[in-house]
Design a protein around this ligand. Structure first.
Ligand SMILES: [Zn+2]
Length: 347
């Protein structure tokens, strides 16, 4: 599977998480139609995520008491949104499986969504067809194996079409968080990061090296056209403390051309009074960070998501890297959780 396809899937899954923000208006008059199913409907079917499939079924404690409530989609006209709640098992990660047709988890006809953290107990799935029967369950995944919850089934109702797509506007709440992306990556990955930001109407600050900007001029012009900002991260990412004044000037003057008169961030976060004075004389404002995603160290996506969202506060600046191995996977989830917590992602 290509990175681009992975991003499309992630983006699709991520928008599902936006629904709680917008689903308060159109609850309409759809009845609660969920019913717990007592029998072992799905116990012979495989789990849906690759992480689950890599593990054996185990005697882990299962999540339980899964329930569902449906309403009219705010995102997909005429479609159904359904909110699942469950009692978490208190162990491992939770994954929500949803059968997309009337056949109860037959192979190839259900999709998984997760991971949710140990204590998470709710999720919303959007865009379901009207007047069909669906099945939901939660898998608990531990290092030693996975175990499914009981299954819930419901028949979807019917909603009038025409609900508009929600629009996020900047500074709506005065509660903004700044995402920053340093260094460089291959053009496909940078493009994917831009796609995710654009999808959510989010704007970030990129700190590419001058070399990176030279190699990807169209990409960073596109980033600016999308409302992102380009900062200066020097030409070749040296240890500035080891350079002469004139070498530092050269490094900054040959940073990304789009960054002139903007923010700068020192490579390796190494700076001192001498370096700061040179940067100020060239018109740059120092921008460090106060939430470290730790993505440069190969941190797992789920850890990054929790780390960033737990530390979130108004005006915070998040440090991320274009080349981080899990940055792209974590990004949609970070945005969704921050937006759901009332933040606007902008600089
Ligand atoms: Zn850097």
């Amino acid at each position: 599977m290509t990175i681009r396809r992975k991003v499309r899937i992630l983006v699709f899954l991520a928008i599902l998480g936006l629904v709680p923000l917008f689903n308060t208006v159109y609850r309409n008059n759809l009845p609660i139609v969920a019913n717990a199913i007592a029998g072992p409907l799905d116990n012979n079917q495989p789990p849906s995520s690759s992480i689950e499939r890599s593990l054996p079924a185990a005697n882990a404690t299962a999540a339980s008491f899964i329930n569902a409530q449906q309403g009219c989609s705010q995102v997909y006209p005429g479609k159904i949104t359904v909110s699942f709640t469950w009692q978490p098992s208190g162990a491992g990660e939770q994954w929500l499986d949803l059968s997309l047709y009337d056949n109860g988890f037959a192979p190839g006809t259900f999709a998984g969504w997760g991971p949710f953290a140990v204590g998470d107990s709710a999720a919303t799935w959007d865009g379901l067809d009207s007047l069909k029967t669906f099945f939901g369950r939660v898998n608990t995944v531990t290092p030693s194996g996975w175990k499914t919850s009981s299954t819930v089934s419901f028949r979807s109702g019917q909603c009038p079409p025409g609900h508009p797509f929600p629009v996020l506007s900047r500074y709506v709440s005065g509660k903004n968080i700044v995402l920053t992306f340093d260094d460089c990556a291959d053009s496909g990955r940078i493009s994917d990061i831009l796609d995710v930001l654009r999808f959510f109407g989010a704007q970030a600050i990129f700190f590419p090296t001058g070399q990176c900007a030279q190699n990807n001029p169209a990409l960073f012009e596109k980033a600016i056209a999308d409302g992102n900002l380009i900062g200066n991260h020097t030409y070749s990412h040296p240890h500035l403390t080891q350079l002469s004044d004139s070498e530092i000037v050269w490094q900054l003057q040959n940073g990304p051309p789009q960054s002139l008169g903007s923010y700068w961030r020192p490579p390796f976060f190494e700076h001192n009074d001498r370096i700061d004075a040179i940067a100020v004389s060239l018109g740059y404002t120092l921008m460090m960070w106060n939430i470290d995603s730790n993505d440069f160290a190969g941190t797992p996506a789920s850890v990054m998501i929790n780390r960033v969202t737990a530390a979130a506060r108004a005006g915070a600046i998040v440090s991320m890297h274009m080349q981080g191995s899990n940055t792209l996977a974590a990004l949609p989830w970070i945005i969704v959780r921050l937006v759901n917590a009332g933040y606007v992602i902008t600089w």
